[in-house]
Ligand binder design. Structure first.
Ligand SMILES: NC(=O)c1ccc[n+]([C@@H]2O[C@H](COP(=O)([O-])OP(=O)(O)OC[C@H]3O[C@@H](n4cnc5c(N)ncnc54)[C@H](OP(=O)(O)O)[C@@H]3O)[C@@H](O)[C@H]2O)c1
Length: 250
């Protein structure tokens, strides 16, 4: 299937490694022009890489300026960032929430709102947010992730209906357990609190996945490239699980 991504420009946040990088690589392989954002790294070969810290309130405008300086206007925007720290609902404070809102919500909203008018005027746009299956089954000990992603998801769902008639789709991708540095650090943190070794935590996690293995970042990148493509024009306001069957709800 030709995904018809040639000539499209994608801006992918949180793309120096992990899921964001895999999405950038998949889009590039399908012929899109790709701009990546992260605090570090050189980006994927063949992309423009913007160094920015999404925790910095000034970062969204700096990213917009850098994109405009390259005379680009993204057709595809992938909203992604580093995950938040662990924490219990009973003890996580408003200050803890405020500390992650910049990269997990505010920056994503600002960038989407900046590029939406041009997407709507062109009659084509794709906004894809990387969330988590925790939207469906909140993960114990990860209240910041559970709650802030729910907020972004509701914003995406509301936006999807506002812009669908202009050819702009807004969807969520829900990773389950995909083998990235983030998953390794979560398993290490869980091990520290349980007396188990990190590889025992990983083995226990895999045992809960019907597919019997962790996901691969490139599998995640492929579904993102499809959703970002013109071929996926009738899918909007959806949340797609990529979890090897782990989530128990439909
Ligand atoms: N992997 C999974 O199984 C899984 C499951 C559920 C949800 N998720 C969520 O999906 C998202 C991506 O996960 P991942 O596994 O790809 O994580 P990852 O391997 O830790 O990669 C995170 C990416 O975001 C960038 N980043 C982190 N903080 C940033 C900041 N303040 N400003 C700009 N860029 C920043 C990192 O680059 P720099 O360090 O260079 O900035 C990196 O490129 C996270 O929100 C994660 O919680 C992942």
């Amino acid at each position: 299937m030709d995904l018809q991504l040639g000539g499209k420009t994608a801006l992918v946040l949180g793309a120096s490694k992990g899921l964001g990088r895999a999405i950038a690589e998949a889009l590039l392989a399908e012929g899109a022009d790709v701009i990546t954002v992260a605090r570090s790294g050189d980006g994927v070969a063949g992309t423009q890489h913007i160094l920015a810290d999404l925790d910095d309130p000034a970062a969204p405008q700096a990213i917009i300026d850098a994109v405009r300086a390259g005379a680009s206007s993204p057709d595809i925007l992938v909203l992604n960032s580093g995950g938040p720290p662990t924490g219990a609902a009973a003890s996580t404070t408003p200050a803890d929430f405020a500390a992650v809102m910049g990269r997990m919500f505010n920056a994503q909203l600002t960038l989407a709102q900046a590029f939406l008018p041009e997407m709507r005027a062109r009659g084509f746009g794709r906004i894809l947010a990387v969330a988590s299956t925790s939207l469906l089954t909140p993960i114990p000990g990860l209240v910041l992730s559970n709650a802030v992603r729910a907020m972004l998801a509701s914003w995406c769902k509301t936006l999807a209906a506002e812009v669908a008639a202009d050819g702009v789709t807004v969807n969520l991708l829900l990773p389950g357990q995909i083998a990235t540095d983030r998953l390794t650090s979560l398993h290490t943190a869980m091990a520290a609190g349980s007396g188990m070794a990190p590889d025992q935590v990983t083995a226990r996690s895999i045992a809960a996945i019907p597919a019997g293995r962790l996901g691969r970042p490139e599998e995640f990148g492929d579904i993102a490239a499809f959703l970002a493509s013109p071929r996926a024009g009738f899918i909007t306001g959806s949340a797609i699980k990529v979890d090897g069957g782990q989530t128990v709800t439909l």
